[in-house]
Ligand binder design. Structure first.
Ligand SMILES: *Cc1c(COP(=O)(O)O)cnc(C)c1O
Length: 394
């Protein structure tokens, strides 16, 4: 039976629970597993070390496989319309495994800025042996070389909310796998695989967990890439703790309603912020000029609940705003049930090369807001009061 996305978010990965006689997700904290047969156990270990799923010999050891994490992975894959997904101990561990896997197929990648600051930092560092060509979204094909093994993009981009046409990127990629960091969108608003992407990366720390209590990453993809990624995870030990898998899976059941409800609050705040005299410009996909290609509606189901804005008065005004808010929390991270506010240039994107920051519009005046599920009137009162104080301090 085919179910809608919202139904799947609640039921995927739980199909066998009635058979097990349980209703909540089982949490398996075992680090090692008894082997019924040593020969089969050994064979299972050998194939899992190469990225396979457990064979008849079972899970063997939790760095190789954990059933609680695997349940979350199967559920997330369903939501992304992917064959499989592979979870990691953080979004950055997921990106690390992806770069290491891509390196096996060729030492060059093409990437589009802006993106999450630490992702930019890792890719620009060349630490994992991948050479990068930074490209404008419409010049990707001109950077492709015989050893190009990966095209890496992020949409909506952190922190400017710039949107990218995934299908246009795939068209330019000439068959080279396209990976999309869709952390800001979640599968509720964007399913990149349906638009031709091969891999979708999430910092599951953000919306998928949704409550600010799990650091995790996940990549949804086809079976071939999933095998490579699992191999990297086994070899490097970049695994997700089962409790994290449990919490993420639980988080999926409320993901659609959390994302849509936060989006409604963000819509209200974006409009009001755009009219506030202390603000120069608001970046939110639904505001005039922010989505020139009309991707909201065509590619994305909605604008989401992240927005950023430029303050009049630059860094001092931004600092004053962060010091003055009382309901919103001045903190990095995003996608939590509560509202978080931060200054990208000095925090999340501090590690990005200055000229790249400038070119992407990550200025000292820019503030990023991750809108939560609070009452919009309470949030507005908090923000408007803090903006007035920031303006008065100028
Ligand atoms: C936070 C974030 C990451 C990194 O994820 P961690 O879980 O912090 O390692 C990657 N991409 C985006 C868009 C993010 O916001």
């Amino acid at each position: 039976m085919r179910h809608s996305f919202d139904t799947l978010a609640i039921h995927a990965g739980r199909e066998d629970l009635p058979e097990l006689g349980v209703h909540a997700l089982p949490l398996d904290l075992s680090t090692t597993n008894p082997m019924s047969d040593p020969e089969q156990g050994g064979e299972s270990l050998g194939s899992m070390a190469m990225g396979a799923k457990p064979g008849d010999g079972g899970s063997v050891y939790a760095r190789l496989h954990n059933p609680t994490v695997a349940r979350f992975e199967s559920a997330l894959a369903r939501l992304e319309g992917a064959e499989e997904s592979v979870a990691f101990g953080s979004g950055m561990a997921a990106l690390t495994a992806l770069l290491m896997a891509a390196k096996q197929r060729g030492g060059h990648m093409v990437a589009v800025r802006p993106m999450y600051g630490s992702a930019d930092h890792l890719i620009a560092s060349g630490l994992l042996g991948m050479e990068v060509s930074w490209s404008a979204p419409d010049e990707i094909s001109s950077h492709i070389r015989p050893d190009t093994s990966l095209i890496y993009v992020e949409t909506p981009a952190n922190p400017t909310l710039k949107l990218l046409d995934v299908e246009a990127v795939v068209k330019q990629a000439k068959g080279i796998p396209v990976a999309v960091d869709a952390t800001f969108a979640t599968p509720v608003l964007l399913r990149p695989i349906a638009h031709g992407a091969t891999l979708v990366l999430h910092s599951a720390t953000k919306f998928l967990g949704g409550h600010g209590d799990v650091i995790a990453g996940v990549i949804a993809t086809n079976g071939e890439w999933a095998t490579l990624l699992r191999q990297m995870r086994v070899v490097t030990g970049a695994l997700l703790h089962p409790l994290g898998g449990y919490l993420l899976h639980r988080g999926l059941s409320t993901l659609p309603i959390r994302v849509r409800a936060a989006q409604e609050v963000a819509r209200i705040l974006a409009k009001r912020l755009a009219e506030h005299p202390a603000i120069e410009k608001v970046f939110y996909p639904e505001l005039p000029g922010c989505d020139p290609e009309g991707l909201v509606g065509r590619q994305m189901k909605g604008p989401g609940s992240l927005l950023s804005f430029e303050m009049k008065g630059g860094y001092p005004a931004a600092c004053e705003l962060l010091r003055s808010v009382k309901l919103a929390t001045p903190a990095v991270s995003l996608g939590s049930v509560d509202t978080l506010i931060q200054h990208p240039a000095s925090m999340t994107h501090r590690v990005v090369a200055p000229e790249a920051k400038l070119a992407a519009g990550i200025t000292d005046s820019l503030v990023r807001l991750s809108v939560g599920l609070e009452d919009p009137e309470d949030l507005w009162a908090d923000l408007a009061g803090a903006l007035d104080r920031a303006a008065a301090a100028r």
